[in-house]
Design a protein around this ligand. Sequence first.
Ligand code: ADP
Ligand code: MG
Length: 244
Amino acid sequence: MIQCDGLVKIYKASNLEVFALQGLDLSVESGELMAIIGNSGSGKSTLLNMLGGLDRPTAGSLTVDGKDMLKMKESELVRYKRESVGFVWQNNARNLIPYLTALENVELPILLSGRRKRLRALELLEAVGLGHRARNKLHQLSGGEQQRVAIAIALANQPRLLLADEPTGSVDSRMAEQILDLFRDLNRQLNLTIVIVTHDPLLAKKVDRVVAIRDGKISSEMLRRKSYDEELKELEASPEQEES
Ligand code: ADP
Ligand code: MG
């Protein structure tokens, strides 16, 4: 799904150059659920923005879902952002409309019309466990629920890739865990590739792979010994153990 080789991003601010990514190599399989960790300023958001086509790399190569991100035309990039990728940020509440209902918020970005739009929005709210709150105004929902609405919106146009930049940064730890569980469910149910940037130590237990970034490069990588699917299969294969 993602192939990054020697990726470089240099920001130019007046006479200053900031080397945010300094030759980063990363590959992500389709259907993977992975996390990126690293200190503040290490280049995590920069990487996510490159993957999502929000900004262009300075050098290196980057292919996402078969598309060469350095060669894409502006019009192709707009289409890619709208149709192939979903974003979740830390403070999504800013991008939601408080006086509309959860359902109306989710309907806004859906590229369908009428009844089909409504049904799709409801389906998305159900997918994030908020079907029962569809008719509530957004400001009546808790922070964690609002974050779920934002995740539903990110999925509105059935992206193949979901990018989340510190999605649990502004909710408490219990809520953070629920949101991570939701990411895992979506990953499994929709075979969605998900890349999450986080500071949250809980996360390492919930994803298949953790990659650490330091000074704009990958500094280490940790694979789970077993995937959650394998663990589930083992549990299902030994029901006697559970009963005893
Ligand atoms: P992280 O998300 O890991 O905290 P960032 O990717 O936001 O790190 O930033 C990496 C480096 O690039 C930092 O030194 C940051 O100050 C710099 N940077 C990020 N965005 C910009 C920008 N738009 N213009 C100039 N410098 C930037
Ligand atoms: Mg960041």
